[in-house]
Design a protein around this ligand. Structure first.
Ligand SMILES: O=c1ccn([C@@H]2O[C@H](COP(=O)(O)O)[C@@H](O)[C@H]2O)c(=O)[nH]1
Length: 238
């Protein structure tokens, strides 16, 4: 059985691997994330394929540029018909507000639903040492909450953050705000290059609306069994 809160990251660079995984996971997964590795390799072919398969698509290209360039880039991506797009919150309030307003305008002109727009706060791979190396003096979690509030004020639908910060974001930004959390690792799974991790159940308990899971499924010996185990764990938290 599928859980709409699970988004599987298709971090591959060819369509054969995408098709093999999507076929193997079948109806158990309905939401996929397409990131830079895949989109830069195969382009819009993967979006057309996932739409044909009736899947929801989070196109995770993390736009980060001046307001006009970001807004126009998103407007081009919106025409692909994806469910969710994103920018970096550190692009600032004006960039985010311009982006969402432009998407709204374009959606109304084209008479199509506007894709959800969310903002990346601080990458889940960052730890406090990396963070302080950037000259930052606040703790990561304080800065994440600050960026989440700014994202909400700018009119976006939610954020990408670590599951460890989800409870604070939920408290600060309310029930309707999307909190999409990568950095999800079932007990015993390899951590890889992630730092601020939590288990699927703990991410949901903390208030995450969606979990992004890549390698714990895609690199598993049996990806379908790995996905089903994660879904079973998620189902314990409603
Ligand atoms: O802060 C962030 C933002 C995005 N990601 C992306 O999520 C997946 C996670 O994959 P795993 O294999 O489960 O680590 C990946 O596509 C990242 O680009 C993130 O991890 N952290």
């Amino acid at each position: 059985m599928a859980d709409h809160r699970l988004i599987v990251a298709l971090d591959f660079h060819n369509m054969d691997k995408v098709k093999a995984l999507v076929t193997e996971l079948g109806d158990s997964v309905i939401y996929y994330k397409v990131g830079m590795e895949l989109f830069y390799s195969v382009g819009t072919e993967v979006i057309a394929y996932l739409r044909e398969q009736k899947k929801e698509i989070f196109l995770d290209l993390k736009l980060h540029d001046i307001p006009n360039t970001t807004a126009q880039g998103l407007a081009s991506l919106m025409k692909l018909g994806v469910t969710m797009l994103n920018v970096h919150a550190t692009g600032g309030y004006t960039m985010m507000k311009t982006a969402v307003e432009n998407l709204e305008k374009q959606a109304s002109t084209l008479n199509t639903p506007r894709p959800k727009l969310i903002a990346v706060t601080i990458l889940t791979s960052m730890n406090e040492t990396d963070w302080q190396g950037l000259g930052q003096t606040m703790k990561i979690q304080e800065q994440v909450v600050r960026l989440a509030k700014l994202t909400k004020e700018a009119g976006l639908d939610g954020v990408v953050a670590s599951p460890r910060e989800a409870a604070l974001i939920r408290q600060a930004c309310g029930d309707d705000f999307l909190i999409v959390t990568p950095g999800v690792r079932p007990v015993g799974a390899a951590v890889n290059d992630q730092s601020r991790i939590a288990t699927p159940a703990s991410a949901l308990e903390n208030g995450a609306s969606h979990l992004v899971v890549g390698r714990p499924i895609t690199a598993a010996d049996d990806p379908k069994a790995a996905a089903q185990k994660i879904i079973a764990e998620m189902e314990t938290i409603q």
